[in-house]
Design a protein around this ligand. Structure first.
Ligand code: SF4
Ligand code: SF4
Length: 332
């Protein structure tokens, strides 16, 4: 099975219960950014640029756990910044797991090896390491020599200790897909449990030269789709078919709400028009109908997983072929 059984069961129960109660808009994954502080300055990073003025701020542990309680999403992605720079990271992990939620902890891997000494594997806990290529490419994008070797060493240790671990890879304009294929082969040999891929998106704060436009994404992801037949991808087949231009999806911006040091960020992980003090206010006050491709010019090139993977869930049940593809994929 591609995802742990408990995650499948918890997500299915949650989606079913929302549908039974006729709730149209509900979150699936809370993106929690306890700090934007980072030990790297990657070329494609929107976060450290957008929040440059407040980088050193961090959420209190109480605020983090209060946000987890406010937002009913069964999955919490702890991200940043670099989460291992957050003062209360281990207490936060313990607090989220104690609430029965699932965690994906996104890290650049630099501090992971040391942090593992204070962590224990848990069925609801997955480490997600940012890997953008083999050594030369990865170190160039992360702008730090040795970042690749450090991350690989930490990944080996995490797997030896029995942690569930996946990687996420951003596909940029210049990404060489043969190299990514080789990277995934190397990571599979180490025992990595799966791969997430997404196209790089041109954040307003970063500038455009690194990023793919819609037509380039579709071209490039036809090859990525072929690669998904050889490696254990965690990006869903429907999302990949959307990226290669075969499937139409409308964005679901409330699917992965973001909470950070400034509040609940609206309308989505990528663009910021407001920060609200509570999840409820963010859900009620955001004019959701104004966002998405064809509605807001900032959305024109966007095909990001945070907006469109939740749309895959919304599509489930509309066409039995999609449903069958997802079942077979998940069981394989
Ligand atoms: S590691 Fe992540 S948060 Fe840090 S600079 Fe790179 S992309 Fe941004
Ligand atoms: S299309 Fe992209 S940028 Fe626009 S609201 Fe959706 S996720 Fe955000």
């Amino acid at each position: 099975m591609r995802f742990p059984l408990k995650l499948n069961v918890d997500l299915t129960k949650y989606i079913f219960s929302n549908r039974m109660r006729k709730i149209e808009k509900f979150p699936l994954v809370l993106m929690l950014e306890p700090t934007h502080l980072c030990n790297l300055a990657c070329s494609g990073c929107g976060r450290i640029r957008e929040y440059a003025e407040t980088l050193s701020e961090e959420m209190s542990l109480e605020d983090c756990l209060q946000s987890v309680d406010e937002c009913p999403a069964p999955v919490v992605t702890i991200t940043g910044g670099e989460p291992f720079l957050y003062t209360h990271i281990h207490e936060l992990i313990a607090g989220v797991l104690a609430r029965g939620k699932h965690i994906y902890l996104c890290t650049n891997g630099i501090l992971l090896e040391e942090a593992l000494d204070n962590m224990q594997p848990h069925p609801n806990f997955t480490i997600n390491v940012h890997m953008d290529g083999l050594e030369t490419t990865h170190d160039r994008i992360l702008e730090q020599k040795g970042a690749f070797t450090t991350a690989i060493s930490a990944i080996r240790k995490a797997k030896q200790l029995g942690f569930r671990l996946c990687t996420n890879t951003t596909i940029f304009k210049e990404t060489d897909l043969k190299e990514i294929d080789e990277l995934f082969t190397t990571l599979s040999i180490i025992g990595v449990d799966g791969f997430l891929v997404a196209p790089g998106f041109g954040y307003e704060a970063v500038g455009e030269k690194l990023f793919l436009e819609r037509r380039d994404i579709e071209r490039k992801f036809r090859d990525v789709f072929e690669m998904s037949k050889r490696h254990r991808f965690l990006s869903t087949p429907m999302y990949l078919r959307f990226l290669m231009g075969e499937k139409q999806l409308e964005c679901t911006p409330w699917g992965n709400p973001t909470r950070n040091t400034q509040g609940w960020k609206a309308p989505c992980y990528l663009i910021t028009d407001a920060h609200y003090p509570t999840f409820k206010e963010m859900m009620e006050k955001t004019a959701w109908e104004k966002y998405g491709v064809g509605k807001d010019e900032r959305c024109a090139q966007c095909m990001m997983h945070c907006g469109f993977e939740p749309s895959v869930v919304r599509e489930m049940g509309k066409d039995w072929r999609d449903m069958w593809e997802m079942i077979v994929w998940n069981l394989s």
